[in-house]
Design a protein around this ligand. Sequence first.
Ligand SMILES: Nc1nc2c(ncn2[C@@H]2O[C@H](COP(=O)(O)OP(=O)(O)OP(=O)(O)O)[C@@H](O)[C@H]2O)c(=O)[nH]1
Ligand SMILES: [Mg+2]
Ligand SMILES: [Zn+2]
Length: 382
Amino acid sequence: MHGTVLKYFSNYYYVQVKPDEASAPILLECMAKSLLKKQGSLILTGDVVLLDEVNIGNKTARITEILPRTCVLNKPKIANVQRVLVFVPLAQPSLDLRQLDRLLAHVHLSGLAPSVIFTKTDLLPSNPVLWEQLGFSGLEELLSFYTSVLGIPAVATSIIEGSPYFSAVSTLSGQLQSLGGNWVLAGVSGAGKSSLLNQLNPQFNLKVGAVSDKLERGTHTTRHTELLELFPSVWVADAPGFSHLAFEAIEPEQVQQGFPEFKAVVEKTQCQFPSCLHQSEPDCAIIAAVEQGLIAKTRYLHYSELLKDVTETFESACKQSHKQEIGGVKQGNSKQGGKTSAVVRLDPKLREANRKQYNQQLNQLHETLETAAQENRLDEEI
Ligand SMILES: Nc1nc2c(ncn2[C@@H]2O[C@H](COP(=O)(O)OP(=O)(O)OP(=O)(O)O)[C@@H](O)[C@H]2O)c(=O)[nH]1
Ligand SMILES: [Mg+2]
Ligand SMILES: [Zn+2]
């Protein structure tokens, strides 16, 4: 028998199964087969799994295998979703378009489709200086930029009845129903993810938490990722929010894939260098497009900041694995200030192997951290 993991809680996986087409779905409390644990296979919410030792009366079973995934999103950690609903608060915590573009890049790099929801329109900032700093005249222009220029569906709403854009909740509900599939909610802690799900279906009764006044930060109320059936054939996963989104397992050249409007430009006009990172290289099509107003300056700025971050992480990880690769190194000579010093250079083949090793190590690290986080959550729940 197979089923879908809806959540992990207190050391058990909750797996929904349908014993046959006609029967109603049943939720089973499952442990994982010890071999799966030994192999280090991490079972995720959204995974389709094979089961044995199924006891429908006791509602228990054992997970023996994880079926191939269509995709995995790292933050929040979930498998087999098609769409990500990115939450961006307009206030409390304050509107942060850099964080939004980072998150959109993360979703695009994971090969998923994002939609954006700007929350808390009742607290909409009206200060024109603030909007000017953000590069938009107001919310309408912001919405139209993400929807029309970037082609990412975007809505703004509030859970406070009678406030501007309140009716957009039903527009969103219509969109979710017409697109269908599995969705995961992503965004900073305190953005209003759980609150909006409760608004869409009050029976969910999800826990919500206040945003701290002083720090203007959420309090990490949602602790685990859980798939819920919102409408027939529409599943949504409420997930823990985060404070900062780090990009670890990617290389600097990949960052631009997180900004789809760049691709449209280089498809028409190529940069002089195929490996151009669009910073200060000559004859760069992206820099020219920014100057001509074809690419928004804020998006280019957010790309450059993310590129810097990724490059720093990548270089320090490469240095780290470089040191460990003492066997198989080539000794070269270079002249510095009249002195000859020995430089250690890696064989290019080894460098390539190093990158792969580096990515593998990072993936392993992610899994170890996630297991540790799950255990911590467990401790907190107890
Ligand atoms: N004024 C206002 N407050 C809202 C709105 N939506 C949510 N909130 C408040 O924002 C706070 C955080 O909401 P949550 O739904 O817990 O946020 P979350 O994104 O699920 O946060 P985490 O679970 O920590 O990731 C709560 O105090 C909510 O009542 C809104 O539209 N307007
Ligand atoms: Mg929450
Ligand atoms: Zn370029």
